[in-house]
Design a protein around this ligand. Structure first.
Ligand SMILES: Cc1cc2nc3c(=O)[nH]c(=O)nc-3n(C[C@H](O)[C@H](O)[C@H](O)COP(=O)(O)O)c2cc1C
Length: 206
């Protein structure tokens, strides 16, 4: 792909088995179209979150999102790692994700982070349907973000997410990241994580 050429929905997974097209097409770009995410699309993304499964239906997920050009966007951006700052500026929307740490009766909700991830998985599929990409980021100073946004005690910021419609141009990326953007995505084979009847052939005590 030459510099300046538009990227398409084209970093399609080379799957071993046939899967739902939206899952094959999803990937984590570092360039986006510059256009703002449509308000209805944004509502649909959060509606997809809303109907996710969660342990005891506790719905522990919380989000702060902001559009490019606002002080809040800049504040989220300022919490990102130096690496993420090199490309996340391409995203028209930045979001912080958080989870509620405890159940309503004060016990630690061990599954809260699981449920946040599951909900973001739903959002990713809904987003893909609307040609919107999510790029999750662990590289965020969560303590700083908690302070800047006065996140109440009992909630923990987990990640930041860069979001926007698929598109953009390779020249929007630092040179070092351009090849990575279009190279074939890799995964470990099924046999390395899906074990039938025992942990990777180890004898069980049942
Ligand atoms: C929880 C989480 C944290 C991530 N953190 C970062 C990050 O800080 N910076 C980054 O560039 N990509 C980050 N990624 C993106 C992964 O590197 C990416 O999902 C992985 O390489 C697989 O690529 P794909 O999503 O295009 O299939 C993160 C992904 C997840 C799910």
């Amino acid at each position: 792909m030459t510099e300046g050429e538009q990227l398409r929905l084209d970093n399609i997974a080379n799957t071993e088995h046939d899967i739902f097209a939206l899952l094959r097409q999803r990937y984590s770009p570092r360039v986006f179209k510059s256009e703002t995410i449509d308000k209805n699309h944004l509502n649909q993304l959060f509606e997809a979150i809303r109907w996710s499964a969660s342990s005891n239906n506790l719905q522990p997920w919380r989000f702060i999102y902001a559009e490019k050009g606002t002080d809040a966007y800049q504040a989220i951006f300022d919490c990102l790692s130096d690496f993420n700052k090199t490309w996340a500026k391409n995203a028209p929307l930045l979001m912080l994700t958080a989870y509620k740490e405890k159940t309503d009766d004060g016990k630690e909700n061990f599954h809260a982070l699981h449920d946040l991830g599951l909900a973001l998985g739903s959002m990713a599929v809904q987003a893909q349907y609307m040609e919107i990409a999510l790029h999750h980021m662990a590289g965020v100073d969560w303590k700083k973000a908690q302070a800047v946004f006065s996140v109440p005690e009992g909630y923990h910021i987990a990640t930041a997410v860069a979001m926007g419609y698929y598109g953009g141009e390779l020249k929007d990326l630092p040179e070092a990241l351009r090849d990575q953007e279009t190279e074939q995505r890799k995964r470990m084979p099924l046999k390395e994580f899906a074990f039938k009847e025992s942990w990777n052939g180890r004898s069980a005590s049942y």
